[in-house]
Design a protein around this ligand. Structure first.
Ligand SMILES: *Cc1c(COP(=O)(O)O)cnc(C)c1O
Length: 233
């Protein structure tokens, strides 16, 4: 993992990169939020983010996040960016300010129920499988309408937008296509449901520029900020 000074430098570089991608795309500077991703990094990584005034971090595994959250309950808020099984919906509602990976009706309804029990409005994004890859999580784009309709009906769910993972490729045009398709889907859903869905969570360390060009409002950045992660075992 990076030292604190490397992290600080990386954050400054990331901010200036995002600003120049935004300007190139004719977007307002500062219109892309950075979500630092601390998964598989030591607790120290969360401390780094906190020291530089980043108040929200992303984690992808519920159990790992639960351990880290204990130490930063007051200082930080947390977003889930990894797959969520329905049987962990209750604890996810307890732990996460926003869940970016909602991708089926059963999970959506469970989150609503547990949010109600916790007297909480649960903020969510729907994860869309824009690359139509059957091996990936996410709602197939053709099923998005049904989930949006349900989410809007549920009293304890606040649907703020959509998330996708770019198709990995050495050709940035490939990722860009998946990002544009999410943006177009969002624009159409806003029209059809007469409801704003402002957030588009797309772009990670390797595909930030195409994501910003396509209209990303949240980039989820791990290695470009904190350095390499230990491998999954
Ligand atoms: C790990 C992860 C990221 C961050 O990836 P980097 O390439 O390290 O920036 C972003 N989004 C999701 C869903 C992830 O699992």
């Amino acid at each position: 993992m990076h030292s604190f000074s490397q992290f600080k430098e990386a954050l400054e570089r990331l901010r200036s990169d995002l600003d120049s991608y935004s300007l190139d795309a004719g977007r307002e500077v500062g219109s892309v939020q950075i979500l630092p991703v601390t998964k598989r990094q030591p607790l120290e990584a969360v401390g780094f983010a906190h020291r530089l005034g980043l108040a929200v971090v992303g984690e992808n595994v519920v159990q790992e996040a639960a351990v880290k959250i204990q130490d930063f309950r007051k200082e930080m808020t947390w977003e889930l960016i990894g797959h969520l099984q329905s049987n962990k919906a209750r604890i996810a509602v307890e732990l996460f300010n926003r869940i970016q990976t909602v991708d089926n009706l059963k999970l959506l309804r469970r989150l609503d129920r547990f949010a109600s029990e916790a007297c909480k409005q649960q903020r969510i994004l729907l994860q869309i499988n824009t690359s139509q890859d059957p091996a990936k999580y996410g709602v197939p784009p053709e099923d998005a309408d049904q989930l949006v309709e349900t989410a809007l009906d549920l009293e304890n769910i606040i649907l703020e937008g959509f998330m996708t993972i770019g198709l990995q490729s050495s050709d940035p045009a490939v990722a860009e296509k998946t990002f544009y398709s999410l943006r177009e889907l969002r624009d159409r859903l806003e029209e059809d449901f007469k409801n704003p869905f402002p957030e588009l969570s797309m772009g990670m360390s390797g595909d930030l520029e195409p994501a910003v060009r396509a209209g990303s409002t949240i980039v989820r950045v791990g290695t470009a900020l904190f350095g390499e992660r230990p491998p999954r075992f």
